[in-house]
Design a protein around this ligand. Structure first.
Ligand SMILES: NC(=O)c1ccc[n+]([C@@H]2O[C@H](COP(=O)([O-])OP(=O)(O)OC[C@H]3O[C@@H](n4cnc5c(N)ncnc54)[C@H](OP(=O)(O)O)[C@@H]3O)[C@@H](O)[C@H]2O)c1
Length: 282
């Protein structure tokens, strides 16, 4: 019988998102890649459709724009109503500076984006669907100073967690303990807390939807290049290995429970320090 269930991968045109999309296609799952550049999306889709039997759609999404998220959700609702059983919120950015505009852009894309995409798609998710937030070990609370870690940890609503991440303090001790990825770490810590809040939210529980966060590990993609240049270290994992870690969180529903944070199929303690220093992704 033909499946009517679709998976959505945001930022599916390159990097880890493309590899996640490729693995899902190889497993025979119909996929939608959500991309901000449709030409790049079409090129990626052409490559993905080379797999025999592949079903690949491209939809436009700028995950940092409320208008774009609303238009995207409306299109999903019109074309794939109730048919989304996996949402991988993968789109993300890393900006190598700590200033107000960079911080705002980082949080808008890495925290607000995945949260708002998830909320907008809730009516169109199938019962028992899975939502995966692609976070990072750099979002473990041990990578943050208490002035950022404590309010993010204490947040009980999505508005609170977004506000805690959005606050920009150029004099924060954060910069001292985490000189390389301060805003990125804040944005991903807040994303992990947001995943926990969504996982317990009544609208999600009522449809049996699970929400988890995952760290793909430090992988060789366009994003890792800045950190590689700065640290002189090479990211240890391929993009395929990072995608496998994301897929473990997406598909190993028995061992990766609702509300969890994991890497490569093993649970991680969000409150701990990253295994590697904040000079490189763990
Ligand atoms: N690579 C690592 O070592 C590593 C480690 C931990 C976590 N992660 C996380 O894994 C995810 C993927 O990272 P990556 O390494 O694959 O990065 P990447 O190669 O830089 O790819 C990022 C993807 O996100 C898309 N994107 C960025 N902003 C967007 C927006 N506003 N709306 C829609 N799409 C947007 C990009 O689209 P365009 O092509 O249009 O720019 C691209 O498809 C990110 O969330 C990242 O934080 C990566």
């Amino acid at each position: 019988m033909e499946t009517r269930q679709w998976s959505i991968v945001t930022g599916g045109n390159r990097g880890l998102g493309f590899e996640v999309a490729r693995s899902l296609v190889a497993r025979g799952r119909p996929i939608i890649i959500a991309v901000r550049d449709e030409a790049a999306g079409d090129r990626a889709a052409a490559e993905l459709r080379a797999v025999a039997g592949a079903r690949v759609e491209v939809l436009r999404l700028d995950a940092s724009s409320g208008d774009s998220i609303a238009a995207f959700a409306a299109e999903v609702g019109a074309r794939f109503p109730g048919q989304i059983d996996l949402l991988v919120n993968n789109a993300g950015i890393f900006i190598d500076s700590f200033d107000a505009p960079s911080h705002a852009a980082t949080v808008a894309t890495n925290t607000d984006g995945p949260v708002d995409v998830t909320l907008a798609l809730l009516p169109h998710l199938a019962r028992g669907a899975r939502v995966v937030m692609v976070a990072s070990a750099l979002g473990q609370l041990g990578a943050l100073s208490p002035d950022y870690a404590d309010p993010i940890r204490a947040a009980v609503t999505l508005d609170e967690v977004k506000a805690a991440a959005r606050r920009f303090d150029p004099g924060s001790p954060l910069l001292k303990i985490n000189p390389l990825t301060p805003s990125y770490s804040v944005s991903k810590a807040a994303l992990i807390r947001a995943a926990q809040i969504l996982a317990e939210a009544p609208g999600f529980a009522a449809k049996g939807i699970t929400v988890v966060a995952v760290c793909p590990g430090w992988c060789r993609t366009d994003m890792s290049k800045a950190a590689e240049e700065k640290t002189g270290a090479q990211a240890p994992h391929t993009a395929q290995q990072g995608a496998a870690s994301i897929l473990a969180a997406a598909l190993e529903t028995g061992s990766i429970p609702n509300s969890s944070f994991s890497h490569d199929g093993a649970l991680l303690d969000w409150t701990a320090k990253p295994a590697l220093s904040v000079t490189g992704e763990g």
